[in-house]
Design a protein around this ligand. Structure first.
Ligand code: SF4
Length: 429
């Protein structure tokens, strides 16, 4: 193998699967080989391609194909002792370093493909694999037809929703299959807006919904429970409000045998005051109070505007003049803004809706979650900005979710050979 050449089985699979080999192939024993159908790519254990159809000389064969970089990999992978490989009809190798015999007196056919494909495909592949830009194909995206991504976007977005729904399923199991408790805990983490997600998750876990529901009509008590459990009230206060919250919390804490969370400190650093966890907890309290314990009905709304309106809550009056306890500031209502409501919708409610659809075998609910994503404006974050600069624009939230999935599940792992964009770049036919 030439120095510096990145040769891998994945690359050889790619050549085989997309029929990128010279059509006039010959096996090592000199027989003409025509690939009638490359077969089904098997990504589990066993032969690499099932049910391939080939013409060897004048005979048509159907069976399995195994592909290796070197012929000797057959032994290195111990295929000679594995019955699963008995039905191989062709061994495709990049280099034939040794002859392979499967059974006495009988050898399956081998084809060497080292010089049987366009050198430019390998050059392009090597450039991708060695590129250290934000994503390997960064410079090549501007020439790409927008359809390559837009046609793939729904499948990518579904994949992302599916991954999120697996996480929600675990939470549901931990909540003993209590739907409302699961939704409550899942939504709580979304009020952490990344930096305080874990703290919100722990806060919700430490305060069961059934306890909170008993006081849901009283916003002051909801705040007392949440701020108390968040560990934010234990201090000597100058102002009355936090002092009263503390007294109320002490009463409720003893009544319900609650234990405030202590594991992780709340993060205020590098946050704008309107994103401080104090404001987010006050908004979370306002949301819980506003829904009066009927959280599930939010998933039944058919109109996205109605859901966003329910999420767009305003923190209680005290917070009009505060970002933290005991530190008065200029008047400013602390409404949960449109962009924040959209994030809660995209990362919280829509994945939950999708999970509900999966668990209840209700494709119409899953469909609704995808429609909602399609109706929403594209997200703005550092990853979508990078994609924009590279020339791939997300037109709505479904497409920006797809871009996040593409970056995380393909580009970061350099899975260019499995990516529809990579396939277009490497094999533009
Ligand atoms: S995975 Fe696809 S989009 Fe990502 S760098 Fe590779 S070719 Fe480009």
């Amino acid at each position: 193998m030439e120095n510096g050449t990145i040769m891998s089985e994945e690359f050889l699979h790619f050549l085989w699967k997309f029929r990128l080999l010279n059509p006039n192939l010959q096996t090592v024993s000199g027989e003409n080989l025509v690939i009638l159908h490359p077969g089904e790519h098997n990504t589990d254990s066993g032969p690499d391609f099932f049910n391939s159809r080939l013409k060897l000389g004048k005979t048509t064969w159907a069976g399995n194909v195994e592909i290796h970089v070197r012929a000797s990999d057959w032994f290195r992978h111990h295929h000679e002792t594995d019955r699963v490989y008995d039905n191989i009809i062709l061994h495709v190798v990049y280099e034939s370093d040794i002859p392979i015999r499967v059974k006495e007196k009988e050898a399956f056919q081998t084809v060497v493909i080292k010089d049987q494909f366009s050198a430019s495909i390998l050059d392009h592949y090597e450039l991708l694999m060695m590129n250290h830009q934000w994503i390997p194909c960064y410079n090549q995206l501007k020439n790409l037809s927008p359809q390559v991504f837009s046609l793939w976007a729904p499948a990518l977005a579904v994949e992302r929703l599916h991954t999120k729904s697996l996480k929600i399923k675990k939470l549901w199991e931990n909540c003993q299959y209590d739907w409302e408790e699961t939704l409550y805990q899942h939504l709580a983490s979304n009020f952490g807006f990344n930096l305080n997600n874990l703290q919100f998750e722990l806060l919700a876990k430490s305060l069961p919904l059934k306890v909170l529901k008993r006081h849901i009509d009283n916003l002051f008590q909801v705040e007392a429970l949440l701020f108390g459990q968040a560990g934010m009230l234990e201090k000597k206060w100058l102002e009355d409000y936090p002092h009263q919250l503390f007294q109320e919390y002490e009463f409720l804490r003893q009544k319900y045998q609650l234990h405030p969370i202590q594991e992780y400190p709340w993060r205020f650093l590098r946050l704008r005051p309107s994103n401080f966890p104090t404001i987010r907890i006050a908004q979370w309290a306002a949301f819980l109070h506003k829904m009066k314990g009927h959280y599930f009905c939010i998933l039944e709304d058919m109109e996205i505007e109605k859901i966003l309106e329910k999420i767009s809550v305003c923190a209680s009056d005290y917070w009009n003049h505060h970002y933290c306890f005991d530190r008065p500031s200029a008047f400013q209502t602390k409404v949960l803004g449109a962009q924040s409501a959209q994030l809660i919708m995209i990362n919280g409610l829509i994945p939950f809706m999708y999970f509900l659809g999966e668990e209840k075998s209700a494709p119409e609910i899953k469909e609704r979650s995808l429609n909602f994503l399609q109706q929403m404006a594209p997200e703005k974050n550092s990853i979508t900005n990078h994609w924009n600069q590279a020339g791939v624009k997300g037109e709505n939230a479904l497409q920006t979710q797809a871009l996040l999935e593409l970056k995380q599940s393909f580009c970061d792992r350099k899975y260019c050979l499995k990516c529809r964009i990579g396939i277009k770049i490497l094999a533009p036919i």
